[in-house]
Design a protein around this ligand. Structure first.
Ligand code: ADP
Ligand code: MG
Length: 352
């Protein structure tokens, strides 16, 4: 645990409850937790240990408080953060992240609405800082970018670039300035409605793409405010405080709903659909390689393979370095998902 905190990469597992339909069909659970040891046991005896394990009764707010709140605080100190939801289709990725559907009950709100609500609350308490919140929403489908906030933007006009300070920027992506949680949620909701879904044999609405919802928190303030408060403290000062020096700081928060982790051959598709699976898996594979390299102190000093896929290039300035990364591996508890759960757990275990 100490090691993963050092490297700023944290891996959590969340097991969703059996769905009513699964219960009706007589599906059995094949997952147990040993929460004291942060351990998950698949089947009879396959144990996996993570930074956090969340069971079927873990609420949205519990998950948020345990592993998201600290990242929100860091954003205000100018550090970037990325949260991933990983797992097979139907395992609870979108439920965990929150999709902008505000018609659900408040206790069911996922990570994104909670994080943004807290951000707006924090902003209200700091009256001497001029804040801005900008969101963008990008989908990666077959290794191509699509702007979910502006579907008119041709794919060819979106590019991932690195500026001279090492910041990653998506040239051509629409950024929407938001004044309130409602503004943020309406962007998230309309963008989510644009996501590619395809009909595969495995799941009608299986998500074949990665989606990245990005929130940039900008903070502007003038030195004058700081000096003014110092001046009050030292009465004897005769300095002149005419010059206002303005400062700007920003933190970037990516919320990533990854493509389903189910393997290509399981979907039983050929041709175009198969090509999709290959692309999707190459992104997940590259991401796994980057996160595993970041978590390994020996590899860390060496080469981190960001360039292997679009998703790792796009997230480069928010993975590793001073940025904080949280991977949430979502697991279905049912026996019929045993193989996929085992694969997902192996992937997440490698990320530790
Ligand atoms: P994914 O995005 O991984 O395909 P979803 O988030 O759409 O999966 O979840 C599949 C179904 O399971 C949805 O009906 C969702 O509401 C439900 N679900 C997922 N996680 C939970 C949970 N922790 N508690 C209750 N229901 C959940
Ligand atoms: Mg989903």
């Amino acid at each position: 645990m100490a090691e993963s905190q050092e490297t700023n990469v944290r891996v959590a597992v969340r097991v969703r409850p059996l769905l009513p339909k699964e219960k009706l069909e007589g599906d059995e659970m094949c997952v147990r937790l040993n929460t004291n040891a942060a351990q998950l046991i698949l089947g009879k005896d396959r144990g996996f240990t993570f930074d956090d394990v969340f069971g079927t009764k873990t609420t949205q707010v519990e998950l948020y408080d345990t592993c998201v709140q600290s990242l929100v605080n860091k954003i205000f100190q100018g550090y970037n953060a990325t949260i991933f939801a990983y797992g097979q289709t139907g395992s609870g990725k979108t439920y965990t992240m929150g999709s902008g559907n505000m018609s659900i009950m408040e206790e069911e709100y996922g990570i994104i609405p909670r994080a943004l609500q807290v951000m707006f609350d924090i902003m209200k308490t700091k009256t001497n800082v001029d804040f801005s919140i900008k969101v963008s929403y990008i989908e990666i489908y077959k290794e191509e970018l699509q702007d979910l906030l502006d579907m008119q933007t041709p794919i060819k006009e979106l590019h991932v670039r690195e500026d001279d300070k090492g910041n990653t920027v998506i040239v051509g992506a629409r950024e929407v300035e938001c004044e309130s949680l409602d503004d943020v949620m309406s962007s998230l909701e309309s963008g989510s409605a644009m996501r590619h879904t395809g009909s595969t044999q495995m799941n009608e609405h299986s998500s074949r793409s990665h989606s990245i919802f990005t929130v940039v928190v900008g903070q502007k303030w003038t030195e004058d405010d700081v000096l003014a408060s110092k001046r009050k403290q030292s009465e004897s000062s005769n300095d002149i405080f005419d010059d206002e020096i303005s400062h700007y700081m920003s933190g970037k928060f990516h919320f990533v709903d990854l493509a389903g982790s189910e393997r290509a051959h399981r979907t039983g598709n050929v041709g175009d659909r198969f090509k999709e699976s290959v692309h999707i898996n190459s992104g997940l594979l590259a991401l796994g390689n980057v996160i595993s390299a970041l978590g390994d102190p020996k590899k860390k000093a060496q080469h981190i393979p960001y360039r292997e896929s679009k998703i790792t290039r796009l997230l480069k300035d928010s993975l590793g370095g001073n940025a904080n990364t949280l991977m949430i591996c979502c697991i279905s508890p049912s026996l019929s998902s045993f193989d996929e759960s085992l694969n997902a757990l192996k992937y997440a275990n490698r990320a530790r």
